[in-house]
Design a protein around this ligand. Structure first.
Ligand SMILES: Nc1ncnc2c1ncn2[C@@H]1O[C@H](COP(=O)(O)OP(=O)(O)OP(=O)(O)O)[C@@H](O)[C@H]1O
Length: 301
């Protein structure tokens, strides 16, 4: 089995009486992209701060490439992109990257390639104060990629970006992962990370509620599918007597079923096709899966 780059074991961390993290266990392997989802106050930033070594867990352990968070070796192994990046406004994009290359002890020879990769080659000599939010965020990503870190920590990296910039952003992240970089990024929604990450972990009130691929999460949630049947005039009573379900109005019936019972129910409906006007199938969406695990009402902002 591949050794994890980030290993979080049974971590708990409290602010006075508030347990911001409660027994969190999570690992990210080389080349893996993991999305950490959670509502406001779920504990995402607290976990990031603990990984960065800014907060010490009361219980449990965290290692970054085998090293203690906050140690020089852990700092060298990882890069962090905060939600809002802030660079010296009077420096150009190129100067910013040169400055951070120096801090990380990396070669300046990679700067041109990084500027190019995030689409800032043409703006490299412009001062950061003239950059749009999207350009600053892309410069932040280039900064995070300096020195080919083994772990990328990205805190809501695409908030405020338009769909095209967002797509480009995830392409660069996928390339880093393909080179073996482990990626942990936080986000507020499943729709955002669908297709862009390999695994999803859902945090709620400091506890890890679920972790797996989207397909695994959907299966574990086992949310019910609703089949809405519209009967021809005067046939709804008979249909309900045969199939059950809830009456929506005089001719409509909503029938809830488990995902694996859907096909059987549709076949059964086939026997009634003479009295059917329409059939609609409402499968649970990403938001339903997220809501199922995230227990939003209980979160504390
Ligand atoms: N320094 C602190 N002192 C006291 N409580 C804190 C502190 N930092 C965070 N908290 C609390 O810990 C809980 C988790 O907060 P955290 O910032 O980790 O959530 P989050 O998931 O990052 O939220 P958001 O999506 O809004 O950034 C919240 O209840 C928050 O109020």
């Amino acid at each position: 089995m591949t050794q994890s780059i980030l290993d979080i074991r049974n971590v708990s961390l409290s602010f006075g009486p508030l347990k911001a993290l409660d027994g969190v266990t999570l690992a990210v392997s080389p080349g893996e992209r993991l999305a950490l989802l959670g509502h406001n106050g779920a504990g995402k930033s607290t976990l990031f701060k603990a990984i960065l070594g800014f907060l010490a867990p009361g219980e449990g352990t965290i290692t970054v490439a085998g090293h203690r968070p906050g140690s020089d070796a852990a700092r060298i192994a990882m890069s962090y992109l905060p939600e809002v990046v802030s660079f010296p406004q009077s420096l150009t994009g190129r100067e910013v990257l040169a400055y951070f290359s120096g801090l990380r002890g990396a070669s300046r020879s990679e700067i041109n390639g990084l500027l190019d990769r995030v689409g800032l080659a043409d703006a490299a000599e412009r001062r950061v104060r003239t950059y749009s939010k999207g350009m600053r965020q892309r410069l932040g990503l280039a900064q995070a990629l300096i020195g080919a870190p083994r772990l990328l920590l990205l805190d809501e990296p695409t908030s405020g970006l338009d769909p095209v910039s967002r797509h480009d952003f995830y392409t660069v992240i996928a390339e880093a992962a393909a080179r073996g970089c482990a990626v942990l990024l936080s986000s507020h929604g499943l729709e955002e990370v669908q297709g862009q990450t390999d695994r999803v972990a859902i945090l709620s009130r400091g506890r890890l509620r679920a972790s797996g691929t989207l397909a695994e999460l959907a299966a574990a949630a086992a949310l019910r599918t609703t089949i809405r049947v519209t009967a021809k005039q005067g046939h709804a009573d008979r249909l309900q007597a045969d199939l059950g379900g809830r009456r929506v109005n005089g001719c409509r019936l909503d029938i809830d079923c488990a995902p694996d019972a859907k096909l059987g129910l549709l076949l059964q409906l086939g026997h009634h096709r003479d009295v059917l006007h329409e059939i609609d199938v409402f499968a649970p969406g990403l938001n339903d899966i997220y809501r199922h695990f995230s227990d939003h009402e209980g979160d504390q902002a």
